[in-house]
Design a binder for this molecule. Structure first.
Ligand code: FES
Length: 138
């Protein structure tokens, strides 16, 4: 992939200030309501477009058992993990719902897992230029 040499401000939640926008796909590969597993500089991402056109880029692995979130589904601004149904808000990466299926696993986690262990996912700045989608990564 081509690398845009322009440095950017650090994205939300980032620890480093040295981020660069990297092309991850063509704009027409991300229709509204879809999410894809993509990579930028070896970093696994889930990149998608909400209904209405807003792009997002988040960490590519679920914080429960590392399922690939790019294979998940969008419900509004919530990205649902394909394995056990945890949902993450793509705006800030926060957990909206933790493990939902199967029922026995939901009951087990609801009963035994402290809230602080329900970890959010990373979020990245994303933009569209010249028919390409670019994500800021370090
Ligand atoms: S791996 Fe994502 S909810 Fe279990």
């Amino acid at each position: 992939m081509a690398v845009d040499k322009k440095k950017t401000e650090a994205p939300k939640g980032a620890e480093s200030t040295a981020y660069t926008f990297v092309t991850v796909c063509r704009s027409d590969e991300l229709p509204e309501g879809e999410v894809r597993p993509l990579k930028a500089r070896g970093k696994e991402l889930a990149v998608g477009r909400l209904v209405g056109g807003q792009l997002f880029a988040v960490g590519g692995r679920c914080t429960h058992m590392r399922a690939q979130l790019g294979g998940g589904t969008l419900n509004g601004a919530l990205l649902e993990c394909p394995w056990h149904g945890s949902q993450f808000d793509v705006a800030d990466g926060c957990v909206a719902k933790w493990v939902q299926r199967p029922a026995w696993m939901k009951l087990l986690f609801d009963a035994t897992m402290p809230a602080f262990m329900k970890r959010s996912i990373a979020t990245y700045d994303v933009k569209e230029e010249n028919g390409e989608v670019l994500v800021a990564v370090d």
